[in-house]
Design a protein around this ligand. Structure first.
Ligand SMILES: Cc1ncc(COP(=O)(O)O)c(C=O)c1O
Length: 373
């Protein structure tokens, strides 16, 4: 079976990359970097963008620019990629792992509320797989308890909550352009915010502590070099031009695929609340009820792999199960849903949604076959 390839590119990338090649500036000070920052920030309904080498350091910069450090606690979901937690540890603060909701895969706002202590300074919410977390409740919680809200929107380019795009509801939104993401330059990251001072602090951290208008050899704070290159920006400008169309394609194919599987009892697909009115469709997520399906999650994924359909049997453990956090350095709230999901969840990558209707129907048929006893 032919599964659509990812990443994709066209003559447009070559044209923009050639412009960089022929310019005297290949680094972060090329116009393309500033152009991508403002175009992407505007696309996500935000004012300022700061580009960086990846979507891990954008989280670290957001925390550092918010003044979070040793002695502080930051609430994070137990299910995410490791960066959501290590960004907290790397600024010297303590990640506090809380449970996800059973079917949305996103942080449970009630569990977050219960985890707050006098040391809590921030919450990092992840829009897992694309659909946004319950931002009505999380924004309210952060406001009522005086916490900084950071959105890890690494999966959520173009996703919306009540018409507002990911990353524009908290103090900052962090995006990744790593190879598997719905927009990619192989690596890359970008932080968006509506706060001009915060944006300036973030930029200074990632640009050797410089200040706008302050001179090349004038360093005002302890910074480092996290600047995105012009090569990355060139590829990402082209990628952003294509993104809206790709999101529509994935939404159409997701509808077709899920309709094809509608009669199958035993797979519970990720639930998306009506308020999450647009979805990047970074992942197609589900949980297997092996008793009802008659097939275990691992067997289901193995059968799909045999058919050439890439399926990942979820993470091997909640974030706190990593050896890194076995020795401490974190606080763990009860996470029964996260722990259960380790045994029964799976995901398909977004490229399964990027083919024709016929290809999608074939993938749907393979999924049905994988469910057969
Ligand atoms: C939820 C989440 N946050 C952060 C990152 C880190 O991004 P990067 O790989 O660009 O450092 C990733 C993925 O790679 C991710 O999935």
């Amino acid at each position: 079976m032919e599964i659509p390839k990812w990443p994709v590119s066209s003559e447009r990338e070559l044209e923009l990359l050639r412009q960089v090649l022929e310019s005297p500036q290949w680094g972060g000070y090329h116009d393309f970097v500033a152009r991508f920052e403002s175009e992407f920030a505007a696309f996500q309904h935000c004012l300022y963008g700061v580009a960086a080498v990846n979507g891990t350091v954008t989280l670290e910069m957001a925390l550092a620019a918010a003044g979070i450090g040793p002695g502080d606690e930051v609430i994070v979901p137990a299910i995410s990629f490791i960066s959501t937690a290590t960004a907290v540890s790397r600024v010297g603060a303590t990640p506090v792992f809380v449970d996800i909701e059973p079917w949305s895969f996103n942080m449970d706002p009630e569990r977050a509320a219960v985890a707050i202590t006098l040391r809590t300074r921030a919450v990092i919410v992840v829009h897992f797989g694309g659909p946004m977390a319950d931002m009505d409740r999380l924004v309210r919680l952060a406001e009522e308890r005086g916490l900084v809200l950071i959105e890890d929107a690494a999966h959520a380019h173009g996703s919306e909550w009540r018409g507002r795009r990911a990353g524009s509801l908290g103090l900052a939104g962090s995006f990744s352009f790593q190879n598997s993401k719905v927009m990619t330059a192989g690596e890359g990251g970008l932080l968006i915010t509506r706060d001009a001072d915060f944006a300036a602090r973030v930029r200074s951290i990632g640009d050797q502590g410089r200040r706008a208008g302050g001179g090349w050899f004038h360093h005002y704070i302890l910074g480092t070099n996290y600047r995105m290159t012009a090569w990355q920006a060139a590829v990402l400008i082209a990628g952003l031009e294509r993104l809206p169309e790709q999101i529509c394609l994935r939404a159409r194919n997701a509808r077709l695929l899920l309709a094809e599987l509608a009669g199958v009892a035993g797979i519970h697909w990720q639930e998306v609340p009506a308020a999450a009115n647009a979805n990047s469709w970074y992942l197609v997520l589900g949980r297997i009820d092996a008793r009802r399906l008659g097939v275990t999650r691992d067997e289901f994924c193995r059968r799909l792999a045999e058919e050439g359909v890439p399926a990942t049997p979820f993470y091997p453990h909640p974030l706190y199960g990593n050896p890194l956090y076995q020795e401490g350095g974190c606080r763990v709230e009860p996470c029964p849903v996260a722990e259960a999901s380790i045994g029964d969840a799976f995901w398909l990558p977004h490229r399964v949604l990027m083919g024709s209707e016929e290809q999608t129907a074939e993938i749907g048929a393979a999924l049905r076959r994988a469910c057969r006893l």
